[in-house]
Design a protein. Structure first.
Length: 287
């Protein structure tokens, strides 16, 4: 078992090969946050690789977006399960995290992963919430909505917009001030682009985009409460899709939405997104 500070190209390739074997065997899609794996800070140990006979057979990744919580996601090759290696990896990760500051660990598990669900049940972890994974493919010829009552403008956010982004996180998601600020700072990393949605000369919402190959992952999409229901969010999403098509030749769009958020689910479906997976999240306190 090896803890890594950053992942080289060979290790990333081995993780992808392992993920493909697990996904094919289990009939699932794993959530491994590839953009973060490709840009790991060299001064932090965030990844655990488990080798047997020179072959990578298990992986666990730690993902910290805000200081208060850490997310864990990983897998074990089908031929090497029920040997206790994943439990050992998780226990070491939690021990390390207890010294680094996060107060909670969130476990990411595809609902269709029988082995993942069984592990979480053995660990006795409480269920927290679920998200739909949704995707839009231009090859499906799904139309985009057109027309809105007010004109919108998408402006790429910069370092001077952190305070504005924090405010939008706070009012749009109902987050505490500290968490809203942490998310605003994280959104300005080199791998991400955040657009501020403007209408009538003021910021009414925002959304973020991660690019990977021909796909774009849309995240952190929120509108001010008083601006909802007027078609601005739908127009902003459609405008973002058109912009990414034109500027980056993107043909596939992905996002995640809380199962309980029926308003957002309807908005995404109106823009051609369809549900492809369900991710369940479980929480464990480190205090």
């Amino acid at each position: 078992m090896i803890w890594k500070q950053g992942l080289d190209e060979q290790e990333q390739a081995e993780i992808r090969e392992l993920a493909e074997a697990c996904e094919e065997h289990d009939g699932i899609r794993l959530k491994l946050n590839w953009d973060m794996l490709q840009a790991r800070p060299a001064d932090q140990m965030n990844d655990v690789l488990y080798y047997k006979d020179g072959k990578l057979v298990a992986f666990l990744g730690i993902y910290i977006i805000i200081p208060a919580e850490a997310e864990l996601s990983g897998m074990v090759h089908p031929d090497y399960r029920r040997q206790g290696m994943f439990m050992r990896m998780v226990e070491e990760a939690c021990e390390q995290l207890s010294r680094r500051g996060p107060k909670e660990v969130i476990y990411i598990c595809s609902r269709d992963s029988a082995s993942g669900v069984a592990f979480l049940q053995r660990r006795g972890l409480p269920y927290a919430f679920s998200e739909y994974v949704m995707e839009r493919k231009d090859a499906d010829n799904a139309p985009l909505p057109s027309g809105q009552q007010r004109e919108i403008h998408l402006r790429e956010a910069g370092a001077d917009d952190v305070t504005m982004l924090a405010e939008l996180n706070r009012v749009g998601f109902g987050l505490p001030e500290q968490e809203a600020g942490d998310l605003a700072t994280a959104a300005l990393s080199p791998q991400e682009v955040t657009y501020i949605i403007e209408s009538g000369g003021r910021a009414v919402g925002k959304l973020g985009v991660l690019l990977e190959g021909d796909a774009a992952f849309i995240y952190g999409f929120c509108m001010r409460p008083e601006e909802r229901g007027h078609g601005l969010g739908r127009a902003a999403l459609a405008g973002t899709i058109e912009r990414l098509r034109r500027e980056s030749n993107i043909a596939r769009f992905q996002l995640e939405v809380a199962v309980s958020n029926e308003r957002a689910l309807g908005l995404y479906e109106s823009c051609g997104f369809r549900r492809t997976n369900v991710i369940d999240y479980y929480k464990e306190s480190l205090l």
